[in-house]
Ligand binder design. Sequence first.
Ligand code: ZN
Length: 336
Amino acid sequence: MSIYLGIDIGASTVKLGLFEPKQGAIGKRLDRPSSASEGPDATVDVIKTATSELLAANELQFQDLKAIGACCPAPIDASGMCVYPTNIDPSWQGVNIAQKLSGALQLPAFLLNDGDAAAYREYRIREAQNRASSVMAQFITGTGLGGALIINGKIWSAPAVSAELGHICIHSSENADLCGCGARGCVETRASLLGLRNMVKHRQAKGNVPEALQGEPMEVAKTLRRLGQMDDPLSDVVAIWQEYFTSLGIAARNLINTIGCDLIVISGGAQEKEKMASEGAYQRFKQDAIAWIRQELDHSFPHLTQTRVEWSIDRLPDSAAYGAAQYASVTGNSKS
Ligand SMILES: [Zn+2]
């Protein structure tokens, strides 16, 4: 058996899992506080200890591991260096994390951006089901809006940046909301938790919002997923989600018009299923979402109607960790 270690390094948590090319994700997984704010060496120490624990829990030894596939929430260059620490501690800037992991665990190590790792996994699952696409764009929602492009099975990246699809401009007015990147009107200012906050704020400023949308905007934004997936959601709540998915549709249209994509995948925590939501309500929420996105594509060039728009089909909790491990299994073997 060839077993690969997958690691998803986040600002607060590091998640570890094991991957075997024929079986997929195997065995027990674990997560630990990442200590990222204490610098990369502290996190590498955490990973070293956690790897021993993970192997023990799965009755495996270090020599059973073939390579490491890791990812973190920052632009990564081809050598495995953290180019700019966007969503992790400033002390990570310019540090070659792949080299550090390789040195600490005495294994070949590959490092990806976390969005790229999650999209790579999504692509490979679809490929296994004969549903792959030649140009797949994935929008990954969370606090912000990440993204990735997989072109002919390969992760698209320039020397120091991945496909940051959240910064596609959808609103060029000088009054458009300011984005974390410094520009105005990026799709992230609508289709993300921050986007939900912005829309709540604007509606509150106009006055006359229902009670459910009153309160501190970010706190209200965090309730919107639940409110949107109720059996009979408020019309104001539906309107916010319509703006959210229409914005994603505009960004998708711009992207398809610019580079051409045959598959758009929507994934991420901002619109995933709420625990308490009924299956029927969640299905309606998803159908509306896809229809609002499609509406933006379908009244553009006719050829855009060929592009599939789909929800993520990856059901694993730590998809980025397993995506990175799968990448290591493919890339490591193709080099050897
Ligand atoms: Zn931006």
